[in-house]
Design a protein around this ligand. Structure first.
Ligand code: ARG
Length: 568
């Protein structure tokens, strides 16, 4: 059930009957005393018609009161402030929505999601965390809604860094199958590259050899890729990320398509030469002085760029994969790049007008000092080490609360709580801003954190155990009677609304805020509505609500890629 859409539909019909124009603008109420939902659209509609907004709101309400379909949904409504309409849902209406089932979309789409995309021959570091976690959550939500999701891991597996590495290994006679060694070799290669012209030139030739299909170079390159990807896959598995080897579609995969990109741009009349480089000039990319900033697609030495590969990728995704939407979960610092790629792709007809190309940017992870998150020595934090620390810190917490726990249980809890905390800390913030990585905050059992939600879930499981009920025998729905019950039920019923928002806008923090609200309402309910010692009807009703809260929490956390446990 999509409550907001349903309410909007009826309210907008009332608008139409009153010859008003505008959207109902329904939102979850900001405070409990405003009811469950509020419609904010009356003010704008009244203004447009030159009418008094409070009078219009009263007229809308009287229309709605004579609409029996609406009065089955809404138990009470009133005008507030300058012309808001506050709506309180009827407990009968929300009763069937208590089973936490995810509604599938009536318009299933093909959605390509580009996320994670680490650069190979290096270990994954904190810089890859946000794209990986946020992208995977949105992928899970879209799939749960029945969309066809095609993951594309656009790994950086091509270009100068591999030329350097190949040349360095040939020169030094070094080699290894360990990623950590390769990373050190790469660092040394980079130093030499910056200092030594001859090395630079030979590295460039190695790239050319690679790009033109030299079998020796390719075999060695393939080995680096395999070593790197098995490291990445290990991190994905550990973090519960749904990416697999099948989703890899790295930069190298577009090698054969790059020349064609240039030809197509020329055919579309978009290509211009500037200082020997092939460029696209589009009017919308003027700098402060009014000069157009070109998108360079081929350098004067014939080399292709990151942008060229992304243009080939757009064509692949929209034309071969048939994407209706392509979502890019990439750092906000690449915003201009994507604006340019999307504009060129549309102008050249690589993507049709209907296909939606969406850059979903995110900010930087900061340390407590407000600067980009680094090790104490100022080095890059490796993802594997960060996850180790999360588990270690969670294990300490669990042991404190639970000194007699078995080693196996401890390990499992530390993993579920520690990794959940890291993921939730990221997912619960609006992705567009930078966020401060803070161990104490994310592992706290209070506030909008994953341990708080996991704890709420486990508390519900022990309640059900204590009540000696088999959850499968509880009814699928129940009609709330007391106000804390009703508020809890209304919140549970809003699950699909929030999933729709996440699917449309790619903001997982909506889902986090929802789950936190749900857990908070559950706490109020639990404090105010005795369960185990209440009389039979009441007991059954409240157990049903508690169970339904538990399944919704677990389903929501699962979409965030976070696990739950029965005992904490
Ligand atoms: N490998 C790139 C980086 O680390 C991210 C790739 C994002 N996806 C894309 N289609 N450009 O910056």
């Amino acid at each position: 059930m999509h409550i907001k859409a349903l309410l909007s539909h009826h309210i907008e019909s009332a608008f139409a009957e009153l010859n008003l124009q505008g959207a109902a603008m329904v939102q979850a109420a900001s405070r409990a005393e405003f009811g469950d939902y509020q419609a904010n659209g009356v003010m704008a509609a009244a203004k447009r018609a030159g009418l008094n907004p409070r009078e219009v709101a009263t007229a809308v309400i009287s229309r709605l009161q004579s609409n029996s379909a609406f009065t089955e949904i809404v138990g009470a409504m009133d005008v507030a402030g300058p012309g808001f309409i506050n709506l309180t849902l009827s407990p009968h209406f929300v009763a069937p929505a208590l089973n936490a089932s995810i509604q599938t979309s009536t318009e299933p789409k093909v959605v390509v999601v580009d996320y994670s995309a680490p650069n190979l021959a290096k270990e994954m570091h904190v810089g890859h965390l946000r794209t990986t976690i946020i992208g995977d959550c949105v992928v899970r939500v879209l799939e749960a809604q029945g969309h066809t999701v095609i993951r594309q891991n656009h790994v950086g597996d091509w270009g100068t860094q591999f030329g350097m590495l190949l040349t360095y290994l040939a020169d030094s006679g070094n080699d290894s199958d360990e990623l950590a060694d390769l990373e050190n070799f790469y660092r040394a290669a980079k130093q030499r590259f910056d200092a030594d012209n001859d090395f630079q030139e030979r590295s460039r030739q190695a790239v050319v050899a690679l790009q033109s299909g030299d079998s020796g170079a390719l075999a060695q390159w393939q080995r680096f890729i395999d070593i790197s990807m098995s490291h990445c896959q290990h991190i994905y598995d550990r973090l519960g990320i749904t990416l697999s080897a099948d989703d890899i579609m790295g930069e190298s995969a577009y090698n054969e398509d790059l020349a064609g990109v240039i030809t197509s741009l020329a055919e579309a009349g978009l290509l211009q030469e500037s200082e020997g480089a092939a460029c696209v000039f589009l009017d919308q990319f003027k700098n402060k002085d009014g000069d157009i900033q070109p998108v360079i697609v081929r350098k004067s030495d014939g080399g292709y760029l990151y942008a060229t590969t992304d243009l080939a990728a757009v064509t692949h995704r929209t034309q071969r994969l048939g994407a209706d939407r392509v979502l890019y979960f990439v750092d906000a610092r690449q915003s201009l790049h994507f604006k340019q790629i999307f504009a060129v792709a549309k102008a050249a007809g690589f993507a049709s007008e209907q296909s939606s190309l969406e850059h979903l940017p995110f900010g930087t992870m900061l340390g407590k000092d407000g600067k980009p998150f680094k090790t104490r020595q100022g080095g890059i934090i490796k993802l594997a080490e960060l996850l180790d620390e999360a588990e270690r810190r969670a294990a300490e917490l669990v042991r404190e609360k639970n000194p007699d726990i078995s080693p196996d249980q401890l390990q499992n809890l530390a993993k579920v709580i520690g990794l959940g905390a890291v993921k939730y800390a990221d997912l619960s913030k609006n992705r567009t801003s930078d966020y401060v990585f803070d161990w104490d905050q994310m592992l706290s059992f209070d506030g909008n954190t994953s341990p708080y939600l996991q704890y709420a879930y486990s508390r519900i499981q022990s309640l059900l155990t204590k009540a000696r009920v088999d959850p499968r025998e509880l009814p699928q729905q129940t009609v709330a009677v007391d106000e804390p019950e009703r508020r809890l039920a209304v919140c549970i019923a809003g699950f699909n609304d929030v999933l729709q928002q996440v699917a449309d806008e790619g903001f997982p923090h909506y889902l986090c805020a929802y789950l936190y609200e749900l857990a908070t309402r559950f706490t109020t309910f639990y404090e105010q509505c005795p369960i185990l010692n209440s009389e039979a009807d009441q007991r059954l009703r409240r157990l049903t609500l508690a169970h339904s809260t538990g399944t919704t929490l677990a389903a929501g956390l699962n979409l965030l890629g976070i696990g739950v446990v029965d005992h904490m």
